[in-house]
Design a protein around this ligand. Structure first.
Ligand code: ZN
Ligand code: ZN
Length: 102
């Protein structure tokens, strides 16, 4: 007599790497500080300079980039080229990426 072990029906579908859900997940976790396209805050002490939303130092507008996730304006120091987001959001992405590899 052969005892056949029935394989249990899969409860959870296997997670695919780099699923498009990641972006949706991040969106749920990251607080949007500014709308996309909203200009950075002008430095009250100087003309033609804008504030970095992360470190609060003035920069020319060409030195700031808007994060696609939280909408904050970040200077070069606060920017993560790898993800094209600010460093703050990049940290959250890193956590999610690590989780996904488990
Ligand atoms: Zn900065
Ligand atoms: Zn951000």
């Amino acid at each position: 007599m052969t005892l056949w072990k029935k394989s249990l029906p899969g409860k959870t579908p296997p997670k695919s790497k780099n699923s498009p859900d990641l972006f949706a997940q991040l969106k749920g976790e990251i607080t949007v500080m500014r709308k996309q396209g909203e200009p950075p805050v002008k430095d009250p002490h100087s003309f033609a300079q804008y504030m970095c939303d992360l470190c609060s130092t003035p920069h020319p507008v060409s030195g700031l980039r808007q994060c696609v996730l939280c909408g904050r304006w970040a200077c070069n120091t606060c920017w993560k080229d790898e993800y094209y987001t600010c460093k703050s959001c990049a940290g959250i992405i890193t956590i999610h990426t690590l989780k996904g590899n488990e």
